[in-house]
Ligand binder design. Structure first.
Ligand code: ATP
Ligand code: MG
Length: 558
């Protein structure tokens, strides 16, 4: 299907921003993409990246990349670097590179301000007691016995927490809001906890660290963020976001807006679980081509433009929904169809000897590099007496509708000659291991001189120069269409698809494919799009399946 390039109506965020700029609520806009550096970015993050950087660009504003690194237990420099790399690869550049940890001193001052104004207190209850006394949706919470400590006592205790006097878990700082609020987030949330951990940037300077809800709005306030866009699950946190901003002196008042996160069929998007897949060796790494990570997609052969295109097509809404992964495939296929060099690769080879082919003769034929792109030009493909075709392109007893090779049947070899199967050779197990064919030497180029119709056209590889290659075929990592439909008591690992990776060690590819640079993309004719893997060499090429040729999404929606 061709996408509609025409005008579209504004999404709800574009409407808000347009209004804010018109009525002067904002002079110019500042957005941010705020990942926690506790894993690699996935396709859901790509939606947020395209949205935040896209809005800034569209309205002449700025977008920061901000590392929300307030939890030293899970964060690492490796993740920081991969995130910067992925954002740039997607085609975006940040106005400022920021770290929440740069503001630890300021957060600390604001915590002191809250204590001094009687709006925060040190609680000695255990995490368990705090959880228990929090109440439920139908039952109000109970005040902590430590809730009425004086500001002096709280200041003293918080200072001593900061100096490392107390053990992890023995004390926390809580905001003093309302234990009977109908919004559970407002029931005296924890704002600082003791963590005796080294931070990837501040080292051992701190042993208390702020909680996400406390820090996030302040990060936005410090950076002058005008439109702080987050996913829907934070909607109930918005009153808290505003409470923190309202109760200290901030240099700027940001506003939070929520949009629906991306859910994709057959795809799991949780950094924590993706990390488990990596750590347990279920996948080969964060960039395993089956992973929904940006680096996984890159290694799989996706382009930045196809991912941006996808993010544009899915749009931005205020209600959660499930997007078919086929739409993503479709966006990529549309692009690669126009840009990818064609080549012939036989994935499961079956030997064919052309009996009447003159011994020693090698012919050279013209082959278009890309019929969708005139500028792509042509190349020569060479053929001799011994070739290989795809095992699946032969059937000893052809079923109805099978128009490829069978005993006494003719097919066309792409760009080359018409052949006819004369003899089937089998091994002792009865497997077909070789075909003897006659070739119509008058049919050079593929057309029969007498005009007889040939239904099937096969790709092939000439034994004289085909290069052996390894090809990785990929399917969905999970068997479940909607990962939130997991049965009770089951976990995502119960839904791993054992056939998500098929390795073919003996594929044969034409010489121009063998020379591929890592990440170079091709169409293997009649199969799909493939890209050369890292470590691929002309002697031992390795290809990853990017996406097959079949376009189920495009067909349904045409
Ligand atoms: P995960 O649960 O996978 O760890 P997260 O939301 O905790 O994701 P963050 O590093 O906090 O990860 O995310 C950075 C930004 O990306 C946030 O603003 C978040 O809302 C956004 N984001 C994360 N997942 C998605 C998604 N599936 N769709 C859209 N935006 C997302
Ligand atoms: Mg998070």
């Amino acid at each position: 299907m061709a996408f509609d390039e025409g005008s579209r109506s504004l999404n709800f965020l574009e409407e808000i921003i347009t209004k804010d700029l018109q009525n002067g609520t904002a002079k110019s806009i500042v957005t941010r993409f705020p990942p926690e550096p506790n894993g690699y970015l996935h396709i859901g993050h790509a939606k947020s990246i395209c949205l935040n950087f896209g809005l800034a660009k569209q309205f002449g504003g700025k977008c920061n990349l901000r590392f929300d690194d307030t939890n030293p237990a899970k964060e690492e420099t490796e993740y920081v670097e991969s995130i910067m790399n992925d954002v740039r690869w997607l085609g975006f550049e940040w106005a400022r590179l920021c770290y929440a940890s740069d503001y630890f001193d300021q957060f600390y001052k604001w915590a002191i301000d809250l204590i001094e104004s009687g709006k925060a207190y040190v609680d000695d209850q255990s995490a368990e007691d705090i959880r228990r006394s929090r109440g439920t949706l139908t039952k109000p919470g109970e005040n902590s016995p430590y809730r009425d400590r004086s500001a002096e006592e709280n200041l003293d205790l918080f200072r001593r927490m900061t100096e490392g006097e107390f053990e992890e878990g023995s004390k926390v700082l809580r905001a003093k809001i309302d234990m009977s609020s109908s919004n559970l987030n407002m029931r005296d949330p924890v704002i600082y906890r003791i963590l005796k951990r080294s931070h990837h940037r501040t080292g051992d300077k701190w042993c208390v660290y702020p909680m996400y809800d406390f820090a996030h709005g302040y990060e936005d306030a410090i950076e002058g963020v005008t439109h702080s866009v987050c996913t829907l699950e934070f909607q109930d946190h918005r009153p808290l976001y505003e409470w923190f901003i309202d109760n200290v002196d901030v240099p700027h008042v940001p506003h939070q807006y929520e949009f629906a996160r991306l859910n994709l069929t057959y795809t799991m998007m949780s950094k924590r679980k993706l990390l488990e897949l990596v750590a347990s060796g279920i996948v080969s790494g964060w960039d395993d081509p089956r992973m929904p990570t940006i680096c996984g997609f890159r290694r799989r052969g996706y382009t930045p433009a196809s991912i941006r295109r996808f993010c544009k097509e899915i749009g931005v809404a205020k209600a959660d929904s499930m997007v078919e992964v086929e739409l993503l495939h479709h966006c990529l296929r549309e692009e690669l169809n126009k840009t990818a060099q064609r080549g012939m690769a036989v994935l499961r080879p079956l030997k064919v000897v052309l009996e009447n082919w003159p011994d020693g003769f090698v012919d050279e034929l013209d082959a278009e590099n890309n019929p969708e792109d005139e500028k792509a030009g042509a190349r020569k493909v060479r053929i001799g007496k011994e070739i290989y075709i795809e095992k699946d392109d032969f059937m000893e007893e052809p079923v109805k509708g099978f128009f490829r090779l069978a005993p006494d049947r003719e097919v066309r070899l792409k760009y080359a000659y018409i052949i006819k199967c004369r003899e089937v050779i089998k091994n002792e197990n009865g497997d077909v291991i070789e075909l003897r064919c006659s070739v119509d030497m008058e049919s050079r180029g593929g057309d029969a001189p007498d005009g007889r119709k040939i239904k099937g056209t096969l790709h092939w590889a000439w034994a004289g120069e085909a290069v052996k290659a390894k090809v990785n075929l990929y399917g969905h990592l999970f068997t479940l269409k909607n990962m939130s439909d997991m049965e009770e008591g089951k976990d995502y690992k119960d839904y791993l698809d054992p056939s998500s990776l098929t390795v073919l060690e003996n594929a044969l590819v034409e010489p121009i494919l063998a020379k591929a640079e890592p990440l170079e993309k091709f169409q293997f004719m009649r199969h799909g799009y493939f890209c050369a893997d890292f470590g691929s060499t002309p002697e031992m090429p390795v290809f990853n399946l990017t996406v097959s040729l079949k376009d189920s999404w495009g067909r349904q929606n045409r």
